[in-house]
Design a protein around this ligand. Sequence first.
Ligand code: ADP
Ligand code: MG
Length: 253
Amino acid sequence: MISQMKEDLKRIKCYHMSSYLDECISIGKEQDLSNIEFLRRMLDSEIGGRNKHNLSTNMRMATLPCEKNIEQFDFKFQTSITKKQVNEWMSFEWIDNRQNLLLLGAPGVGKTHLAIATALEALYRGYKVKFYSMNEFVEEMIIQEVNRTSKKWLSKLMKFDLIVLDELGYLPVDSKYTHLFFRFVNECYEYRSLIVTSNKVPSQWGIYFGDESVAMAILDRLLHRSTVIKMKGDSYRLREKSECNTKQKNGDQ
Ligand code: ADP
Ligand code: MG
């Protein structure tokens, strides 16, 4: 009878309950569990197992370049934002409300670190996330257009709750493709959330996109109901380098 139940559980796709059944029965006997307690444990095993499986699938799909978390972020070094502010945006109301987050600032101030840490936390909370460097994104966008698969690609992208575009501003987008990026931002507008990091202030985006009016239309949609964080200060990379040099110097003496 038990083996038949296990097969039936598998048939209705409750794989975790199926493999937990034997153990749960023996715990039930040992601890004299009531029917309700028994059922609770079985459900917990299925829900827990599915959550774990979904998280690992979502993590794989997210293609984060590396794992960075907020505990590793030194708020004493980067004072343009506070831990409290970051904790607030980690409640992800802005994703539920389909709003955006823009992190602006010079190289090394921690934009990518914060974008990855936010993406990671969103994944832990069950959101579907996709991470791109802006260059990768533009490349993929052009390939999809050339292959005439843009529509399918866009509808796949719209399945993510949050899309991160990291480092907008380094390699300019050829103006003949700017309208494609506009189309993407327009698809996301009030429907999906974006995190955009950039070393360029919005007034320079016209040059980056090679077309002032389309750049303005892109900005208009991105900035509407979004949080903009201007990160100031020195580069953390250079700090690490100068600390290293100081240590070396002291070591030399
Ligand atoms: P940006 O994207 O602004 O150019 P990054 O986020 O890539 O900068 O930061 C460069 C390096 O410095 C990364 O390894 C990052 O983890 C680290 N870093 C930047 N700011 C901080 C910070 N405030 N606390 C801890 N590490 C930081
Ligand atoms: Mg960066």
